[in-house]
Write a protein that binds this ligand. Structure first.
Ligand code: ADP
Ligand code: ADP
Ligand code: MG
Length: 494
């Protein structure tokens, strides 16, 4: 087993990985940028090494520096978390060359799935259903693109082969708009990924996003840990995820699970991965992509399967067999995750920077908060404004919604504006309660994005909280659940 592992990440995921490493008795090495010197992921580590600089390009994306630090500190392995270098095959290869284990799949699997065109072809060959489309040719005259688009039919999507995080995607509703969309998708892809290749895909109307957690080991075993429904998205980015999906019958779950395993076996997959599908309203499902890393929303799977996915990642990376078999895995109860952002939904979701004056995550026997910040943390413009993930588990979906509502009501974040009231309104929407979710939920239903009116007590609470960083939210809670703390958005005390 590894003695020392470097975590090449920041924020909540670095903290979450560190917890498991510590439980396993493994020494934790953190890396951090200048703005992160006082961050929780540094505090939790046994050893921490600074990067000179602030931007991600100067810091968490510096593969060379990270490998140097790993060598100097004597780390046996590197956990990349998600984002940053987690899906960078060259980085995984450089780790190998330096005799440092990359905790993730092989560089070959990462490359094979990093290109959506190759990934789709591989999955077609493995009999995994894919969305009808055209694999594209950036040198083709626009007339050829038009002809291929007519064959597929509208609406359709221009998608970047190297895409990720919803970037490089354009929906096209009519032929007149195709040329411009094709070119702008290519431009965005070139600047975001250094790869301008674009392909066409039929646009599936009102789909759900349903993905399967898969896990492979070095002995060729591939299992799935059921699905996560991630249909609540804003600009193709997930914000609320849950499992089980309200849309899957046991038969469909089994069929999709088999497809996910076939997808994993087709690429000799090892370690944790996610096979993403879209599910059309009629029940047909199509492969979208494989994310070759731990997923942001992995905690809902952990809470319903009672497995620690990071622990399994570490065991498999150390050459051990999977700690579970398909038949030993079971889904129990229901889990929902909300991504909590320092952003202002009322102002076009612009990130909200500044100091977190008070920070108190909700508690409860079935509540989990994965936080990347604490009281005193500074939200800067340099990194993703996701500050925490809030996860609620309960025996049933209805109870999980109630648990999440209560948890959101008791989440104290004073300072930057957050999306907590916005999340609560989604969770409490009648159609959400019915399980009628799809990827256009947030555009089809008008969710009030304004901050709730702060009650008079809010001002008093804000004024009296100046001195302390921990506060008792429950004592000042109001009937509709808007605690003064998170209603204070625009009325900062910092
Ligand atoms: P998940 O599918 O696990 O929910 P996301 O798609 O939200 O993950 O991405 C996880 C993180 O990685 C986010 O911070 C996102 O912005 C970032 N990310 C994902 N893919 C890319 C990419 N290709 N380039 C840059 N950032 C990415
Ligand atoms: P990324 O790498 O950016 O995550 P994906 O291919 O996984 O890109 O797609 C992200 C989201 O875009 C999906 O969750 C879904 O909401 C939407 N999407 C992707 N492909 C299609 C499609 N063919 N039809 C309808 N929606 C799609
Ligand atoms: Mg995706």
């Amino acid at each position: 087993m590894f003695k020392k592992v470097l975590i090449a990440n920041r924020g909540e995921i670095a903290v979450r990985v560190a917890h498991t490493l510590r439980e396993m008795g493994i020494t934790v090495v953190a890396v951090y940028s200048e703005p992160d010197a006082a961050a929780p992921h540094v505090a939790i580590a046994n050893e921490a090494h600074p990067f000179p600089g602030k931007t991600t390009a100067e810091t968490y994306l510096r593969a060379d520096l990270i490998i140097d630090i790993a060598k100097q500190s004597g780390a046996d392995a590197i956990h990349p978390g998600y984002g940053f270098l987690s899906e960078n095959a060259d980085f995984a290869r450089s780790c190998q060359k330096s005799n440092i284990t990359f905790i993730g799949p092989t560089p070959e699997s990462i490359s094979a799935m990093g290109d959506k065109i190759t990934a789709k072809k591989t999955m077609q060959n493995a009999n995994v259903p894919t969305v009808p489309g055209w694999s594209g040719d950036n040198d083709a005259p626009i007339a050829t693109v038009q002809k291929e688009a007519d064959k597929i039919g509208y609406p359709l999507l221009c998608k970047a082969a190297a895409g990720g995080g919803g970037k490089g995607m354009r929906r096209v509703d009519k032929p007149e708009d195709l040329e411009q969309a094709w070119q702008s998708a290519a431009r965005e892809a070139a600047s975001a990924f250094g790869d301008a290749r674009v392909f066409l895909e039929k646009y599936i109307e009102n789909p759900r996003h349903v993905e399967f957690q898969i896990f492979g080991d070095n002995e060729g075993n591939v299992v799935h840990l059921f699905e996560r429904e991630c249909s609540i998205q804003r600009r193709y980015q997930k914000i609320i995820e849950e499992t089980p999906s309200p849309a899957l019958s046991p038969e469909l779950r089994e069929e999709m699970g088999d497809s996910a395993i076939a997808a994993g076996k087709a690429i000799n997959y090892t370690n944790a991965g996610t096979v993403e599908f879209i599910l059309a309203p009629e029940g047909q499902y199509y492969f979208l992509e494989v994310n070759t890393r731990l997923q942001v929303e992995h905690p809902v799977t952990e809470m319903t399967t009672q497995q620690d996915l990071v622990r399994a990642q570490i065991l498999v990376a150390a050459g051990q067999p999977l700690p579970f078999t398909q038949s030993s895995l079971q889904q129990t109860g229901h889990a929902i995750e909300c991504r909590v952002y320092a952003e202002d939904p009322a102002n076009n979701f612009v990130p909200s920077t500044g100091k977190i004056v008070a920070y108190q995550p909700p508690q409860g026997p079935n509540i989990r908060t994965d936080s990347g910040v604490t009281a005193g943390s500074e939200i800067t413009v340099y990194y993703d404004p996701m500050v925490a993930k809030l996860i609620a588990w309960a025996p049933t979906r209805e109870q999980a919604i109630a648990g999440m509502t209560n948890a959101l009501n008791n989440f104290v974040i004073l300072g930057p504006t957050t999306n907590i009231p916005y999340l609560r309104r989604i969770i409490n929407h009648l159609e959400f309660a019915k399980g009628n979710t799809h990827t256009h939920f947030l555009t089809e239903h008008t969710i009030d994005a304004s901050p709730p009116n702060p009650p008079v007590e809010a001002y008093i609470a804000a004024a009296t909280s100046k001195q302390s960083t921990t506060t008792s939210a429950s004592s000042t809670q109001t009937v509709d659940g808007d605690t003064p703390w998170h209603t204070l958005g625009p009325w900062r005390v910092a």
